[in-house]
Design a protein around this ligand. Structure first.
Ligand code: AHR
Length: 513
């Protein structure tokens, strides 16, 4: 038997532990068919589109309104020259994309204007990652001027000529990507020096001496236990010696690698494979705790801030399941997403929500046709994966306040982390309590009592589950897994009785009486 107990007295005027909506961010890159062929189909395509942007993808993303969208990479960012993606479409240079085995011609039809248009249509704030490796400081400054300058300069007039008189006001700017690997194989100290230069050179828009745009530094490889500690310590060691450049965020990346078991083919896996991958996703929680502590030490060691507070947010700019089979896939890094991916997506969002006092922003890698996708496309066909529905189910947690709960649940597996039968998270917003419960069991339904100690009335119950843990949506059967309304839970003696199918995610909402 599993028990969830609400420990919070729900003081609705309390503003602590608010879940930053930016934890539901997304990431798109010129990789495989994420952008070209996926999001971008071209305005002369037979595939329904909004000025070249795949209509079905836009419509679906608009419904979940990702609060932030990172672009153009990833590793690709360090090869990208933004000027290739502006101006008359038929005059744009044709380049060759070798990113992660993409190996296709890139016609650069989706560039800065198309990215901003996409963001505006789906309701996302753009995050641009600049090219630190094969680009220059001047190139970054000009890209920023082109995007954000309202005064009439040559660059802002060029933007106007290209169809956008109003500045894009891009707020988030990533400086370097995975600079510890493909982004330059830097040492943390060398990267810190490079970061100083780029962040200091960033243009000023509006009033003030400090840029109002938010500069995001490259944090560590979350998958390398020793290196990630060293990277963060050395980065701040190096920064602390002299004046601090503007720094808003520190971008940690973590992938749940599933590459060592050849028989695990993404859609065909055993019970052991199921638990191993779920246990792997749990590792991110201790990494966030560790990196948050190191970040606080680092920030505290910095000299007093020249402008404003000493602060730097922890961000997880890339996360998701990375199955071995995706390396053989065409288009590159394409993965089907089963209920296993939906469960790890839900458990990862639970981690972010639980750690909402430590982590401010996160981007799922990636939104379309690459790795932990929300949307898959094949020619004119577009389908939504179970991962998409997890983001949709979890929307009520955005901007809500985390509630204290206790959970008793049997342990089912011990791996990189322990896996309990159920995991849960609760939040409150505007008089509504949202409780999500994930049943991580491969094959057993779970009975749960939910003790609230308060007068709550259930108003909604929605569930995501498949016939088997291997279930997924295919182009032939696109609605195999969708969100279903289920019966509201029954109350007896101040506690609700919940029953959840194996491999499922359920979200209940209760009105506070
Ligand atoms: O998301 C795929 C790749 O993974 C990104 O390009 C890179 O940043 C990371 O290694």
């Amino acid at each position: 038997m599993n028990k969830i107990k609400l420990l919070d007295n729900i003081n609705t005027s309390d503003n602590k532990n608010i879940i930053d909506e930016r934890l539901h961010g997304q990431f798109i890159e010129f990789l495989g068919e994420c952008i070209s062929g996926g999001i971008w189909v071209g305005d002369d395509s037979d595939i329904p589109n909004y000025q070249g942007l795949r209509k079905e993808a836009v419509d679906a993303l608009k419904e979940i309104a990702p609060p932030v969208l990172r672009f153009p990479g990833g590793c690709f960012a360090d090869t990208y020259h933004w000027r290739n993606g502006i101006g008359a479409p038929d005059k744009r240079p044709v380049t060759y994309n070798t990113n992660f085995g993409t190996m296709t011609l890139e016609y650069n039809q989706f560039g800065t204007h198309e990215f901003i248009k996409f963001c505006r249509l789906i309701g996302a704030e753009p995050w641009i990652n600049i090219n630190m490796l094969s680009g220059t400081v001047a190139e970054m400054c000009e890209w920023a001027e082109y995007c954000n300058r309202s005064e009439e300069t040559d660059l802002s007039l060029e933007r106007r000529k290209n169809g956008s008189p109003e500045p894009f006001n891009v707020e988030y700017w990533g400086i370097g990507n995975e600079s510890w690997a493909g982004g330059g194989n830097y040492t943390a100290a060398a990267y810190a020096d490079e970061y100083r230069k780029y962040a200091s050179a960033f243009p000023r828009f509006g009033n003030g001496f400090s840029p109002k745009e938010k500069m995001i530094a490259c944090g560590p490889d979350g998958n390398k236990p020793q290196e990630r500690v060293k990277w963060t310590k050395e980065f701040f060691e190096s920064l602390k010696n002299f004046r601090t450049p503007p720094i808003y965020g520190y971008d940690l990346h973590f992938y749940n690698w599933n590459i060592s078991h050849k028989e695990d083919t993404t859609t065909s896996f055993s019970k052991e494979d199921w638990y191993r991958v779920i246990a792997g996703a749990g590792e991110l929680e201790t990494i966030i705790e560790e990196q948050y502590d190191l970040l606080q030490e680092g920030i505290n060691s910095l000299p007093p801030a020249q402008f404003g507070e000493k602060d730097c947010k922890l961000i997880v700019g890339e996360w998701g399941n990375w199955h071995g089979k995706s390396f053989e896939a065409s288009p590159a890094l394409y993965q089907q997403c089963t209920m296993r991916d939906a469960v790890t997506t839900a458990l990862t969002l639970d981690i972010f929500h639980r750690q909402c006092d430590k982590v401010s922003m996160a981007c799922n890698a990636q939104t379309v046709n690459v790795l932990n996708s929300l949307i898959l496309t094949e020619g004119s066909k577009t389908i939504l994966t179970p991962n998409y529905y997890v983001f949709k189910l979890y929307m009520p947690h955005r901007g809500a306040r985390k509630l204290d709960i206790s959970i008793e649940s049997p342990q089912l597996y011990s791996g990189v982390t322990d896996v309990s039968a159920i995991s849960a998270f609760a939040s409150e917003k505007e008089g509504l309590v949202t409780l999500n419960v994930v049943n991580s069991s491969y094959d057993e339904k779970q009975h749960i009592t939910f003790d609230t100690g308060l007068s709550l009335s259930p108003v909604d119950a929605k569930q995501l589950s498949g016939k088997t843990p291997q279930s997924y949506n295919s182009f032939e059967n696109p609605d195999n897994i969708t969100i279903k309304n289920i019966s509201l839970p029954e109350e007896a003696d101040g506690s609700f009785s919940l029953e959840l199918p194996p491999a499922s995610i359920t979200v209940y909402q209760f009105k506070i009486n």
